[in-house]
Design a protein around this ligand. Structure first.
Ligand code: SAM
Length: 245
């Protein structure tokens, strides 16, 4: 496993246009983040995770024409994906099972980049894969919905059932743990390893949990914490992965 450290392929060749475009997109993302923060709709992921994720979206844009977000919450990442998608001709499919959060996320996108390239689906990923998502050529999917072991396994099986398989898949909350009995099955990491293989190829994205860092390392009121030394998220090139899952 390696830590996320690549840059979009288009920015490696020293093209002046590309870096200008990248700079303006960074500004756009900053504007979006500050508008969302003012609305109380900021992403519940770290800034590093958001930056790594948007880099991956740019980097994989040549591998497909669709972005997928599973678990939009208040739209903190949805609006950023919508902006990147607009720039790179990618349609964004947003999937969530909660109509209230979906409406808030829609408002977040409306207030920032607009919803022209966005479709909202009130369902789980398996349903999307069988219906609206059939045949979709996904460049990047973010999985940040159900964090219980069985829910993550169900999402991975849905991804693997798709033809073509999504090129890149990012998972949030890989380091998330709960000190309470009710939360003992919240193990995104275990679900991924049991499904894709213990040594599944991936890059770490977001923060590495450490004392004094942005991720809580001791149980909070609801019992959640992040295991020290583990990464906030992982990124997998699913289409290139040989798997029997
Ligand atoms: C942790 S929040 C996502 C946070 C968000 N990515 C952000 O950046 O702030 C989880 C979201 O997943 C949704 N959710 C829970 N179970 C789901 C499922 N099986 N499929 C899709 N969404 C689900 C919840 O309604 C909630 O909006």
């Amino acid at each position: 496993m390696v830590q996320f450290g690549w840059f979009p392929a288009c920015c490696g060749g020293g093209s002046g246009n590309c870096s200008t475009q990248g700079d303006s997109m960074t500004q756009t993302l900053e504007q979006i983040r500050s508008t969302l923060a003012a609305m109380g709709n900021h992403s519940h992921t770290t800034e590093k995770f958001q930056n790594d994720l948007m880099k991956a979206a740019r980097s994989y844009a040549g591998e497909g024409n669709i972005l997928v977000e599973v678990g939009c919450f208040r739209g903190g990442l949805t609006a950023q994906f919508a902006a990147i998608g607009k720039e790179l001709n990618q349609h964004l499919h947003v999937i969530d099972i909660d109509p209230g959060y979906m409406e808030v996320a829609r408002q977040s996108v409306e207030a920032t980049t607009g919803t022209e390239n966005v479709t909202f689906h009130l369902c789980d990923l398996a349903t999307f894969a069988q219906k609206a998502g059939k045949g979709a050529n996904i460049s990047l999917a973010l999985i940040d919905g159900d964090h219980f072991y069985n829910g993550v396994v169900a999402d991975i099986r849905a991804l693997l059932s798709m033809k073509p398989k999504p090129y890149g898949v990012a998972f949030h909350d890989y380091s998330l743990r709960y000190a309470t009995p009710e939360g003992k099955d919240i193990r995104v990491d275990r679900a991924i390893r049991d499904t894709l293989g213990h040594d599944f190829p991936h890059v770490q994205i977001g923060e590495i949990s450490r004392p004094g860092g942005p991720l809580r390392t001791e149980p909070g009121q609801d019992g959640h914490f992040h295991e020290v030394g583990a990464s906030e998220g992982v990124l997998v090139e699913l289409r290139n992965l040989a798997t029997n899952a």
